[in-house]
Design a protein around this ligand. Sequence first.
Ligand SMILES: *Cc1c(COP(=O)(O)O)cnc(C)c1O
Length: 395
Amino acid sequence: MTSPLPIAIHPPRRVLMGPGPSDIEPSVLGALAAPTVGHLDPYFLKIMDELQAMLRQVFRTENRLTLAVSGTGSAGMEACVANLIEPGDKMVVCVNGVFGGRMADVAARCGAQVVKLERPFGEVFSSAEIEAAMEQHKPKVLGIVNAETSTGAHQPMAEIAGIVHAHGGLVLMDCVTSLAGMPVEIDDWGIDAAYSGTQKCLSCPPGLAPVTFSDRAVAAIDARKTKVQSWYLDMQMVKEYWGGNRAYHHTAPINMNYALHEALRCVLEEGLEHRWARHRKNHLALRAGLEALGLDYAVAEEHRLPMLNAVLIPEGVDDAAVRKQLLTEFGIEIGGGLGPMKGKVWRIGLMGAACTASNVLLCLAALERCLMAQGGKVTPGAGVAAANGAYAGKS
Ligand SMILES: *Cc1c(COP(=O)(O)O)cnc(C)c1O
């Protein structure tokens, strides 16, 4: 028996409208294919310096310790938690979705005494709740998710750091999905540590995790009595390569860093504010269309994320069949529900390069076909018409 030859890489073209990865600009894919140089090559060191400067601009921070961790968003999460937490430290983790839950798991594995502050999926935390938790538990770190991709809920952040700092704590924020798609203001909000990922609104392949640490966070890391639990993610060593004496720690994923450099260059060329406005405009058009198709959002209006639209699957509609039809007939990927929302919601992403009027209109037209195939009552053309109305300012 001879086994068949492996296939050559020739992926289908998709329209990535799920919870990430998102569509990628050709110039970013091109950067991946550029010649690999050594990790201490003067050319690469220059790319790293520029990448750090661009990350500071996108995070809106002056933080010196700002770099791209080698690994996906979850590695950024582990890097932040592992460096800030020593065994026995108390950490309050706000859990209103899958990613808050993941952060609590990571913290427990780092030896934290974890206190979970919980809200139902789709809801967000009030300043009063945070204040009460800080008062009661006095944790070293409070962890919170800015954009909960599992539910589509947006956590307002402006008041949180003031409250946490008043109780002597540090704020760790997950901005994997929000960064470059809606306002993220590390310095203005007083965030001490934050991590993101490349494959959401930065529109780069998955593989790196931008992170940033405030001086306060760096002081906490410097004051550790124990070694960071993870050798690979130990910022004391990683920062020597990124900022210090360029000491070898691990071999940087050279071409991924090229790609992130190009993706950040695209973000800044567009302008952060313009990019946020584009996400908002396309979200409003998609929303008008989805509602015209009879689909309701899973999150209250004031807390909806522009880049992740979670809508309830109508009664009697087959979740998997619709997503399969979207993929096979139209090449469109949308996300299903996660955790307790599995089978109950669709998560339609409008992230980075995928956040376009053409994708909004395509998705609505395709979804209309799929809903009709399911025997749904849909007014033909209603979704596309409503979205076009929103674009024309008649929403
Ligand atoms: C995607 C995501 C992560 C995890 O990132 P990976 O790149 O999948 O490791 C963490 N938090 C949030 C909010 C996310 O959306």
